[in-house]
Design a protein around this ligand. Structure first.
Ligand code: SF4
Length: 272
């Protein structure tokens, strides 16, 4: 059985057709809010990888990683101010970043790819003194989604029992034979005041085993699609918290006719 990365798996779980389109190389020419959120996340991860490596060019690395993706996108006028603010936000966040990890923890790996586990690349693997645990960085501009008295409530719902983090726990188990007792999200909110909180999510062996059974079924299905044995199916809905799926027009308006969709979608040279 082939093991797929958390990114590929999440894409498949969102919509198997969408994964097929991304795999074929399709990109949108016009950026949406989803792309801007991704740009901020890409820059943040690159900046913190530099920070935890003890190097000094965190802002430059963050901007370079972000620009690499941004140059493929045209930003529409209504999103231009938001896009132009990303470098400043990254600079402010990375300059004032306060490490939330306990001093006694030891960094073991920083963004190290693991081909044996679907090329998974955790932001950090850390030894707490008793076990190896994954830590994932998340960034948000502000925290409008929290309920009164519960900071980050909506995010806690989003991150708890997440497939991505279960997969990172699986990697820790592969490396040490011991399932971690928890995974951690280092969550930074930029505005109105920069705060970084380390969120702890306990890991339960029974829940983990149920996840693993599901994940392995999904990976087998993905493999069948990649081998051309089965065709991908479509998602039940075509929107998320950012709005319509970025491939909505390709699927429903242009019905996969590339010549009609050429203004909205492209395949970078060499990707098709
Ligand atoms: S529009 Fe619907 S079917 Fe097409 S990729 Fe998006 S979610 Fe999948």
């Amino acid at each position: 059985m082939k093991i797929y990365s958390p990114h590929q798996t999440e894409l498949w779980l969102t919509c198997p057709i969408k994964r097929r389109l991304v795999k074929a190389g399709y990109r949108v020419t016009l950026a949406g809010k989803r792309d801007l959120a991704a740009l901020l996340g890409i820059g943040w991860a690159a900046g913190l990888a530099e920070y935890y490596s003890g190097k000094t060019e965190r802002y430059q690395k963050a901007i370079a990683a972000m620009e690499e993706r941004r140059k493929e996108l045209q930003v529409p006028d209504y999103l231009r101010a938001q896009a132009d603010a990303i470098p400043k936000r990254l600079e402010a966040g990375l300059t004032s970043y306060a490490d939330p990890l306990p001093e006694s923890w030891r960094i073991v790996e920083i963004e190290t790819p693991h081909p044996e586990e679907g090329n998974i690349r955790p932001d950090l693997l850390v030894h707490t003194g008793s076990e190896l645990v994954p830590v994932d960085h998340k960034i948000k501009i502000n925290d409008q989604s929290s309920r009164e008295g519960q900071i980050g409530y909506q995010d806690i719902l989003r991150y708890r029992d997440s497939w991505q983090m279960y997969h990172q726990a699986r990697l820790c188990k592969r490396l040490t034979t011991q399932l971690p007792t928890a995974y951690f999200i280092s969550r930074t909110v930029l505005e109105p005041r920069l705060t970084t909180t380390l969120l702890t999510f306990p890991m339960d062996e029974e829940n983990y085993q149920r996840w693993e059974l599901s994940a392995e079924r999904v990976w087998r299905q993905m493999e069948k699609e990649d081998e051309g044995v089965e065709e991908p199916w479509q998602a039940a809905t075509h929107h998320d918290q950012f709005g319509p799926c970025e491939f909505y027009d390709l699927c429903y308006t242009y019905k996969y006719h590339d010549h009609l969709a050429a203004e909205r979608y492209f395949i970078p040279e060499g990707d098709g």
